[in-house]
Ligand binder design. Sequence first.
Ligand code: SF4
Length: 466
Amino acid sequence: MTVVFRAEARRTDVWQRIGTWLEGHQRHIRRTQWSMAAVYGALLVVPALLPLPDHTATLWNNVTRFAQFAFWGIWWPFVLLSTALVGRVWCGLLCPEGSLSELASRHGRGGAIPRWLQWPGWPTIGFAGTTLYGQMISVYQYPKPALLILGGSTAAAVAIGFLYGRNKRVWCRFLCPVSGVFGLLAKLAPLHFRVEPDLWSAHQRSGRPPGTVNCAPLVALKTMRGGSDCHMCGRCSGFRGAIRLARRSPSHEIIYVAGEHPKPWETVLIVFGLMGVAAGGFQWSASPWLISAKQTVALALIDNGLIWPLQATAPWWVLTNYPAGNDVLTLLDGGLLVGYIVATALVAGTAIMALLAAATACLGGWRAQRFHHLAQALIPLAAAGVFLGLSAMTVTQLRMDGIDLPLLLPVRAALLALATAWSLYLAWKISGLYAVSSLARGGATASVAAALAVADAGWFLLFWLW
Ligand code: SF4
């Protein structure tokens, strides 16, 4: 037992030392951030100035193909994965948008943060809006849409940084379209900056100087209990002798912290955003239902003498329009694409919400707090689904260059099965906090299992059936 305890203490010290190292090497971190910003800028701007790659272009001989793979094949899926593994390290140590926004805030107007900007729905609306718009203009396939969406987001981050806060990341905390998703995934990370309330109080009583720390994403350090808002920058490591980088169970925050302050917008993001809009965004181009719908609508339009929606197109920044590559969406295509994604979000989201409501009812009648807490149990599967959807892009791009990844389907099945089992375990544990009987707990968990089956069905259709 003593041996186990000592081994544990040594491991804990390693994490604490890493936190202390981060705190003492902020200058190095900033240099890394500027290097990252330079690479990011080059990969974003240069391909948009070059002609589109022809069929002989590969990842290894064409900047545009390489940038496409770097952004959507590597960066996006693996930033999501890293957030679930080590928290928001990407945000705090590497993200060019965050560092540029903080730099602008250092030299900007320093205004007070207005109330409208603090509305908790922005990250959810931003995520759904950019996902939908990205599909309309084929952001994963072409450099100009990537420049428009990512560059536009960076410009907005700098503008918000310039206008509000001093040395802060107001954009990242309240407006970034992916901050909501990162915040959800960080709850699964087995690492976090832990605040020890006893040590904090002891420091206050000791009469030692309080000291200061600049937490750029505006986390209330004293009351921080989870990793959702923390960017893992390490600046507060050792603050008042009460904060340190530490290990935790990857299920701890969802079971024991997430239920204390229910966040309805997080529920909307999980259910309608990740399991709805994002899933629909990955599915539409492979869906035979969309093809049938298009044939039906096209025939109906022709029968009524309305030909123009089948022929009219829009500029590339409204709907995909690359005639040279034979890749053009008509107004009918665009309308059906948006309709498909919205319909997927509404159908899957409503079914999942109804099953979560049934699970809540099993626990002794309607309680909004329990409903939102149960929704948090879905995070592992929601995250795994989005990772698989994005990594399908990695697979497609590698396949274009003749590289086939082995065991793709078994790995996908294993990941979905593991994530489903983890979500189910979380639902069981959360239900246990509220249920008055085993029957109630079992009923609630079974309802959440049905909600998970709805989400799994979408991935089954995409990866195995279509
Ligand atoms: S709480 Fe703030 S200062 Fe501390 S590591 Fe997280 S982001 Fe950095």
